[in-house]
Design a protein around this ligand. Structure first.
Ligand code: LLP
Length: 426
């Protein structure tokens, strides 16, 4: 068997029999920094961004990286330097963008449960837009803005009731979801918002879900959004920008999402056909900018053969890689050494040390491994470190960003002191 193929990962490859991220051997990074270790490729992130930039060439468009996918400061810094704005969902994310040198004016603030304190802070630093999600939030934001002597720029998140055909936990644009304002209520809500002294209507937005691998849901959502823009503007309320959210999927396991530029060529053709081609456009991609730019290296602790299952117990767990436990998600798991033959391979469930049966990273994987070997869990750049926790009092992993032959440590592994900080004995 030749070495495994690496789906969707142009910057992760085998060279001289060893797994590399760009020009850095992953094994050497793991030896230096320990495991579990996240390793990211700067070139992969910039290439993913370039696909969107290519799609939007010549247009008035702002790419706002949905930083919940990976909110590590150096990653934010990279996207800020590349000209991105940010889609944030909390005061913590706001502070991270500012700490990473992001431009407050290019921040949009999403989320169904913004607090008054978060709104106040975002108003003071002058964010670009609040993407409001309910009629109740509109009233509160109006009050907070008036009290601060500011006008809050707003967009209303529309729930277009389109099925994104993805996992139910990451589907957000259907009637039964908690997100956005129902299509039928949208015009009335804009009319109310436009009359409030603390608010300035600037846009309209939607986000229908995540890991979307088909273009039809986007095209349908766009039609519904443009219908609304027409009726809102006919009522005398100008809409400066249209924000189509994020959601484009990546290749985890043979998935074939459209590329960002191919998708946007189609979407822009529709915008042009409907006369909105010159409008300011915004998007909020997260996963598609970082997901396939990262992997997680883990060490095999024990092999545990069993009657029904063989277990390969590794030192990464659901606290580091929560997606399999939460969404039954698939991540490829590959060896760090490409092996020409696999004489003693076996099928394993790859599991972590956490005391839960839900703590698995991959089911039924054919591996040739022994204790002490290292493995790489692929497509781990999005929604892994940002969703990681200290469950079982495990330290959060370290992170390295590779740039050609150089590797920068961008997050130290949690120390025990980090874990105990802030706690008080009785
Ligand atoms: N905009 C809004 C308002 C969102 O809620 C999200 C993601 C995005 C943009 C970015 O979506 P993306 O381009 O990354 O698909 N933890 C889950 C994914 C949750 C997505 C939540 N919202 C996972 O690991 O699959």
């Amino acid at each position: 068997m030749s070495h495994p193929t690496l789906p969707g990962q142009p910057f992760v490859h085998y060279a001289q029999g060893q797994l590399h991220v760009e020009d850095c051997a992953v094994n050497a990074l793991a030896a230096q920094h320990g495991t579990p270790l996240f390793v990211y490729s700067k070139a992969a992130m910039l290439a993913a961004l370039a696909a969107y930039q290519k799609g939007f060439a010549g247009r008035n468009a702002q790419i706002c990286y949905a930083m919940k996918a990976n909110s590590s400061l150096a990653v934010l810094q990279l996207f800020a330097k590349a000209g991105c704005g940010f889609d944030i969902v909390s005061g913590g994310e706001l502070a991270r963008v500012l700490a990473a040198g992001g431009d407050a004016g290019k921040i949009i603030f999403s989320g169904v449960g913004k607090t008054r304190a978060e709104m106040h802070e975002a108003l003071l630093v002058g964010i670009g837009c609040f993407n409001v999600e309910s009629e109740a939030e509109i009233d509160v934001l109006n009050q907070v803005a008036m009290a601060a002597g500011r006008k809050a720029p707003i967009s209303i998140r529309v729930n277009p009731n389109v099925d994104p055909k993805t996992h139910p936990y990451i589907s957000t644009g259907l009637k039964g979801n908690k997100f956005g304002i129902a299509h039928e209520r949208t015009l009335a809500t804009y009319q109310r918002a436009a009359g409030l002294p603390g608010l300035q209507v600037v846009g309209i937005d939607c986000h229908i879900g995540s890991q979307i691998t088909e273009e039809t849901p986007y095209l349908d959502a766009m039609d519904r959004m443009l219908d609304l823009v027409e009726s809102i503007e006919a009522a005398g309320i100008p809409i400066e920008h249209i924000d189509f959210g994020g959601g484009l999927g990546i290749n985890y396991n043979g998935d074939t999402p459209p590329t960002a530029d191919a998708l946007w060529t189609k979407l822009l053709a529709k915008l042009d056909a409907r006369g909105f081609g010159q409008r300011k456009l915004m998007i909020e991609p997260g996963r598609s900018l970082v997901g396939n730019a990262g992997l997680c290296v883990t060490e095999v602790l024990y092999l545990k053969p069993g009657e029904q299952k063989n277990f390969c117990i590794v030192d990464a767990a659901m606290n580091d890689l929560p997606r399999p436990a939460m969404y039954q998600a698939f991540h490829s798991i590959v060896p760090l050494h490409a092996s020409p033959t696999v004489p003693d391979s076996a099928v394993y469930d790859v599991v972590g040390p956490v005391c839960e049966s839900g703590d698995w990273i991959g089911h039924d994987r054919l591996l040739q491994v022994q204790a002490g070997d290292r493995l790489a869990v692929l497509s781990a750049g999005a929604y892994c470190m940002s969703m990681s926790s200290n469950y079982n009092s495990r330290p959060k992993a370290a992170e390295v960003l590779v740039d050609g032959g150089q590797a920068h440590l961008i997050r130290q592994r949690d120390s025990l002191a980090d874990q105990l900080r802030g706690e008080l004995l009785l």
